[in-house]
Design a protein around this ligand. Structure first.
Ligand SMILES: *Cc1c(COP(=O)(O)O)cnc(C)c1O
Length: 375
């Protein structure tokens, strides 16, 4: 079996090469490298796709989180609730702004923030909550928005992994991930579901005032050139990345469907072994499968990874440590019994290759390799 990858970006490019090459060359010929017209065009296309009033492109998903927090007028020491099982960026932006990330455990079925646990850590300093739609499936947004109303909390959806997913409300209404909270943030890192050919990110909001402020912050705190109303930063999406993303956005639903097809394949085959727990799909969200993450008995996880790697099958552990066990976020006041699920998942999860270029042949090979391990 030739060269299996976690994400096959080369194969994906080959299929849209003509369009991408033309877009890139046009951008170079126009010499509109910064804030070119294609940034606005992509922004407007993404607003339509997500059905959201404002998309504000920026330099990457971590900046998007930081800018979102900067837009909320928080004070040093204010508390922001985050899941303990997530990528570091979620907490990083909070800590950088001298706010306090307050970690809570996640739900064992969805890997997403437990609203029940979040409720327990709310104090009079709690100002915001950052649910992460981990692996491509939405957190329980309806309950989070209720909590937000009850306690006056801002909600920032970290939508880096779930762009294109639909949240399904109890009344059947659907809304795209990242457009439900006060602000959504996303990343166009190349391996993300809508990936650029370099760094990129965006914020989403339906609030005109927040949108105006976010735009200013991302642009040196200015609405008018050389008149700086507030301290901002410099966070832009390159025109070339916008040109590439504009092409790729046309295929996003096709890409999502291929990821779902891949997940369905794994779902059919892997549960043959009772020790493999495949990802749970919930009723209140579609799943765009940024990752396909299975759980194994602890003592088998690392051994499976070695076994797969010997057969040329890559796999990843997202994430090996809870946030509070990371050197940078060490918190000695943490009580492990409050984080049973997070701690358990860090020892049990393993993500298998999933991307837009999988084939029956590749998936057969991966599944056989996984199942062989349990013989
Ligand atoms: C990728 C990711 C980010 C950060 O995005 P960058 O563009 O790499 O800065 C933030 N949060 C989550 C959950 C991510 O997966």
């Amino acid at each position: 079996m030739k060269d299996i990858q976690m994400v096959d970006l080369k194969g994906q490019y080959q299929k849209i090469k003509t369009e991408i090459d033309t877009a890139v060359i046009n951008c170079i010929e126009s010499a509109e490298f910064i804030n070119g017209s294609l940034v606005k065009e992509f922004q407007s296309d993404l607003e339509k796709y997500l059905n959201v009033k404002h998309v504000i492109p920026c330099a990457n998903g971590t900046d998007a989180l930081q800018i979102a927090l900067m837009a909320l007028n928080l004070n040093i020491g204010d508390e922001v609730i985050v899941p303990a099982f997530t990528y570091v960026a979620t907490a990083e932006a909070i800590a950088l702004l001298k706010l306090k990330p307050v970690m809570v455990d996640v739900d064992p079925l969805t890997f997403n923030i437990s609203v029940e646990h979040a409720r327990k850590v709310i104090t009079n300093k709690t100002k915001a909550i950052v649910p992460v739609h981990l692996y491509g499936q939405c957190a329980d947004m309806e309950s989070i928005m209720e909590l937000s109303k009850e306690y006056g909390l801002f909600v920032i959806e970290d939508n880096a992994q779930a762009i294109g997913a639909d949240y399904i409300f109890k009344n059947g209404k659907t809304q795209k991930a990242g457009t439900i909270g006060h602000i959504g943030t996303t990343s166009f890192f190349p391996s993300k579901n809508l990936g650029a050919y370099g760094d990129g990110g965006a914020l989403t909001t339906n609030d005109d005032e927040l949108a105006h402020k976010i735009r200013m912050i991302a642009n040196h705190g200015q609405a008018k050139k050389y008149y700086h109303t507030m301290v901002g930063c410099n966070s832009r999406l390159d025109t070339m990345q916008a040109a590439i993303l504009k092409v790729k956005l046309k295929y996003i639903d096709e890409y999502i469907a291929k990821r779902q097809w891949t997940a369905d394949f794994y779902d059919r085959v892997l549960p043959i072994k009772s020790e493999i727990q495949v990802p749970k799909r919930v009723l209140n969200s579609t799943h765009v499968f940024h990752q396909y993450t299975i759980q194994l008995p602890k003592e088998k996880r690392n051994a499976l990874q070695t076994h797969l790697s010997e057969r040329g099958v890559p796999s990843m552990i997202y994430y090996p440590l809870p946030l509070f066990s990371q050197e940078a976020f060490k918190d000695n006041t943490i009580n492990p019994s409050d984080f049973k699920t997070t701690i358990d998942l860090c020892e049990r999860v393993i993500s298998l290759p999933i991307h837009t270029e999988t084939t029956n042949e590749i998936l057969d090979y991966i599944c056989t390799s996984v199942l062989d391990f349990f013989k």
